[in-house]
Ligand binder design. Structure first.
Ligand SMILES: [Zn+2]
Length: 553
């Protein structure tokens, strides 16, 4: 599905604010706010057609980025001396209306796509899906977390069966426990539950939808999953996707369980304990039948690199997605170009400016890679492709920084860490911010799992320490109230709409400039050190990183 990404905490100034000189004491190379403004204006102009992957807008955007990298003196960072990494994408649709139903004790319960159930088109590279009367098993939260001594599957053979699981993680409702309390660990995210379903050999995994633990309503589930689906082209898609990935409405799950002699609330309580075991629903089966229509489209990531002087095989990664929504339904003004100026023109401009700053300064000891990802808006596809097919080894990627939608409302007293508490990169950020009289504001909604919804995540999942820093909300001019109001106005009036356009009169890029300087300082410190940042011992990504510890010296 397509959750709210580019959540941004992005703010727009209510009034024109004069630009402020924002050079920091720790950044040796000079940032140019004017250059960043030029970049944003260029990539978000109507000529770029909203930067849709595999469109004319892609050609223009990727050429613009390449030309800027070249002019700044970078080397091509893609495979085989290219500026580009080809990203083949599988595009998949369910043809017509899918047939979906439960039977309970011989009674058929039909399920309407989009109403009671939402099933994603198959990512298994097949032309049809046909499951007849598969047994249904309630699997609690569907979590297998050895480092937390938690296993909802208990070794049961689930091959070919249909799993029902709860959303979020086992201690969400209690608010404290082994999964960070209210904060969502990756075990709470639906993408994890489907990946685990593939590992367990399930024929289908159906997430029981509940708005509060999901952090969005059924409309989001429906609108993001019953249309065209995308995935990167994979050698063996069945390793990560079960045949059916879907959601079922809470009330329909309650009814099904009741008909099978089970009580939803009682099972949920049990699922919040280590003792939980899979519960097969007596007399219940699930069937599904539909055709799939698919195609492969080709897009690309853009990569620039500065080789390190003494440790070129060790990489610091900066990344931002270049794509946006392209041309779509017109708004009330009749505008159909989704310009994506904030989302993610600001990120493109920031990473380009970081590339220029590093290229202009003394060459660092470790290599710097500047990545511009495709198809973030289709589900983090470009970054996932890079992480699955890394151009530079992930085990010796020291750290990475994701930039998605920075502030255009001027300077802030703070910076936001999305997914706070994950890695010690935050401690480094705190020090750099403090030198500039700024502080960290922790993720305001850790229960929503935003850390799992942006382009750093495919690398994070594979153990690379990644920081997702966002612009602050406590504005020098307007305070927290002003920052929050501007954020709300952006979400209401511009986010993922044709109105996300460059506005020279209203925008103030001085806060974005400070953020870029902070990220430059962080990367520069790491690039000239022998440090290896890591996830905290409480992070679900620490064990993955530690597995490759011997390749880092
Ligand atoms: Zn974005």
């Amino acid at each position: 599905m397509k959750p709210i990404r580019c959540l941004g905490l992005v703010v727009m100034a209510a009034a024109c604010t004069p630009s402020v000189n924002t050079t920091t004491t720790t950044a040796p190379a000079t940032l140019s706010t004017a250059r960043m403004a030029t970049d944003i204006q260029a990539v978000s102009s109507d000529a770029f057609l909203g930067r849709g992957p595999a469109t004319k807008g892609e050609e223009l955007a990727t050429a613009y980025i390449r030309d800027q990298l070249k002019a700044a003196g970078l080397q091509p960072g893609g495979p085989n001396g290219s500026w580009f990494q080809d990203v083949p994408l599988l595009q998949s649709n369910i043809v017509g209306t899918p047939t979906l139903f439960f039977t309970v004790n011989g009674n058929k319960v039909a399920l309407t796509q989009g109403e009671q159930i939402a099933v994603r088109s198959s990512m298994q590279n097949v032309d049809h899906v046909d499951i007849q009367n598969a047994p249904v098993v309630f699997l609690g939260y569907g979590v297998k977390a050895p480092e937390r001594n938690w296993d909802d599957f208990k070794g049961e053979n689930l091959r070919g069966k249909v799993g029902l699981v709860l959303i979020n993680d086992p201690d969400f409702e209690a608010g404290q426990g082994d999964f960070g309390g209210k904060a969502m660990t990756y075990y709470g995210r639906w993408t994890y539950k489907y990946e685990e379903a593939a590992r367990q050999g399930l024929a289908a995994m159906l997430v029981v939808h509940e708005t509060v633990p999901a952090s969005y309503g059924w409309a989001t589930v429906k609108n993001s999953n019953t249309n065209t689906m995308f995935d990167i082209v994979r050698q063996n898609p069945a390793e990560v996707h079960p045949p059916i990935e879907g959601w079922i409405q809470h009330d329909d799950a309650v009814t099904l369980l009741k008909a099978a002699g089970q009580d939803y609330d009682a099972l949920k309580k049990l699922a919040q304990t280590r003792e939980f075991k899979p519960v097969t629903l007596a007399g219940a089966t699930f069937s599904a039948n539909y055709q799939i229509e698919q195609a492969t489209i080709r897009s690309k990531n853009v990569l620039g690199r500065l080789p390190g002087t003494t440790h070129p095989n060790e990489t610091i990664l900066y990344g931002a997605h270049w794509d946006h929504l392209g041309v779509g339904a017109p708004d009330a003004r009749g505008d159909s170009i989704y310009n994506g100026a904030v989302d993610n023109g600001t990120g493109i401009a920031a990473v380009l400016e970081l590339a220029r700053m590093f290229a202009a300064g003394p060459r660092p000891q470790r290599s710097m890679v500047f990545a511009f990802w495709t198809a973030e808006e289709k589900g983090l596809m470009g970054s996932e492709y890079y992480a699955a097919n890394p151009v530079y080894p992930l085990e010796t990627t020291v750290a990475g920084f994701n930039i998605d939608a920075l502030s255009v409302s001027g300077r802030a007293h703070d910076a936001v860490v999305v997914g706070s508490g994950q890695s010690d990169l935050e401690d480094r950020l705190k020090t750099v911010l403090a030198a500039n009289n700024r502080v960290i504001t922790p993720d305001a909604s850790p229960e929503a799992g935003y850390f799992f919804r942006s382009d750093h995540f495919p690398m994070a999942k594979r153990g690379v320490p990644m920081l997702y820093m966002d612009s602050g909300i406590d504005l020098l001019n307007g305070g927290k109230a002003g920052g929050e109001a501007a954020d709300a106005a952006y979400r209401r009036d511009a986010y993922h709409q044709p109105a996300d356009e460059y506005d020279a009169a209203k925008w103030d890029l001085s806060g974005m400039a400070e953020d870029v300087n902070v990220l430059h300082t962080l990367g520069l410190q790491l690039a000239n050190s022998r440090d290896w940042p890591n996830y905290r011992t409480t992070s679900e990504f620490r064990p993955t990183r530690d597995k490759t510890a011997s390749s880092r010296k």
